[in-house]
Ligand binder design. Structure first.
Ligand SMILES: [Zn+2]
Length: 369
């Protein structure tokens, strides 16, 4: 079955979507028939030799799409799923439907280090020795979670970023939420992807495309001949990933993200194969929509700042959140933390562009016109 129809998010999932770092549903919220929803279990052929296998998630979006790309007698998996019994069973069943099993996976290409994408690969590698590739830009975060002392000092600090935003009181609940989603042991991959590597399979060549923004080292995988773009969480059809969780003092994650979107928008168009949501015909079209979304958001953020210096927290209070226009005060606590970091990401880009001033008083950043 080839899928590609537009589908909507289950209403009941919306709050958990929000709770796990995905903002701005922009596809409405109508309840759809569960059997036709993109997250329904199955093995869906999206192109000759390429299959979408949605796996259930314990939290966050309703499922993650793992893509199985046939490579001769083996199969390559793009992203792996969350290491739960349920996830592992669905993956095994999904592969069996096309005549494979986890022992026949020749390699994992992982878009980014987040648990829903990376952790089941660790589990399968443990049993079968399957090599795992991940973008080099994930080194600090993965090293930090894997307990490497050298990475610890460089690790991003959501707490530090929130303090600087005048929102230190939100640090604990955000850390708890992040901790919760990282409870599966994180280990280093076998190979770090750098530049735009060509990944040569029997019948096709994939090209790794660095698309930082959602995380520092996010990769997408492009099949130029078949016109397929495996975009991970970089470009999602119905929702917008949070930007700003890996801020750090000298980074502009939103600038990275916008540059990565522009790259996809200007590349030859291809079918969008996202990690969450249905496949859609045009990656370029969706990239353009996301660029417009952030352009609007930058303007709204700019308008929320006056000549009177204000913190990112104060600015976040002046903005509305999600398509439903929630007031900041009405968001649950971990969400307020995500929202403040998202505000910081936009404010810092406005400073970088010369549209706003930023001063720092007692370690707290103040923004003004
Ligand atoms: Zn994800």
């Amino acid at each position: 079955m080839v899928d590609g129809r537009p589908e909507a998010i289950h209403r009941g999932k919306f709050d958990s979507l929000l709770a796990k770092g995905y903002l701005d549903d922009d596809d409405g919220l109508s309840v759809t028939d569960a059997a036709s929803h993109w997250s329904a279990p199955g093995t869906h052929e999206v192109a000759p030799g390429v299959y979408r296998i949605p796996l259930p998630l314990p939290e966050g979006p309703p499922a993650i799409n793992v893509y199985a790309v046939v490579d001769g007698a083996n199969v390559v998996l793009i992203d792996s799923g969350w290491a739960t019994d349920d996830g592992a069973r669905h993956l095994t069943e999904g592969l069996e439907r096309i005549g494979f099993d986890p022992g026949l996976v020749s390699q994992f290409l992982i878009t980014h280090w987040h648990t829903d994408h990376y952790s089941l690969a660790m589990d399968i590698r443990g049993r079968h020795g399957t090599p795992v590739s991940l973008g080099i830009g994930e080194r600090n975060m993965v090293g930090w979670h894997a307990g490497e002392a050298a990475s610890a000092s460089e690790s991003f600090g959501a707490s530090a970023a929130l303090s600087r935003a005048g929102a230190g009181h939100l640090a604990n609940s955000l850390q708890a939420a992040l901790q919760n989603s990282s409870s599966v042991a994180v280990e280093l991959p076998d190979r770090w992807l750098e530049g735009s590597p060509r990944i040569v399979l029997q019948d096709r060549t994939l090209i790794g495309i660095p698309t930082p923004g959602h995380t520092n080292g996010h990769y997408s995988f492009w099949d130029p001949d078949a016109g397929l773009f495996f975009t991970g969480d970089h470009i999602l059809p119905n929702i917008t990933p949070w930007i700003g969780l890996e801020s750090g003092p000298n980074r502009l994650p939103l600038s990275d993200y916008l540059a990565s979107l522009l790259l996809v928008q200007t590349m030859p168009d291809a079918q969008l194969l996202p990690a969450h949501g249905p496949t859609t015909p045009s990656a370029s079209q969706r990239a353009r929509e996301l660029i417009e979304h952030h352009h609007t958001r930058l303007n709204v953020t700019l308008e929320a700042v006056t000549s009177h210096p204000a913190t990112a927290l104060e600015t976040a209070h002046r903005l509305r959140w999600t398509r439903r226009e929630h007031r900041f005060a009405d968001l649950a606590e971990p969400l307020q933390g995500y929202a403040v970091l998202e505000a910081v990401a936009h404010l810092d880009v406005l400073v970088h562009r010369g549209a706003l001033h930023r001063t720092e008083v007692d370690g707290i950043a103040l923004y003004s016109r």
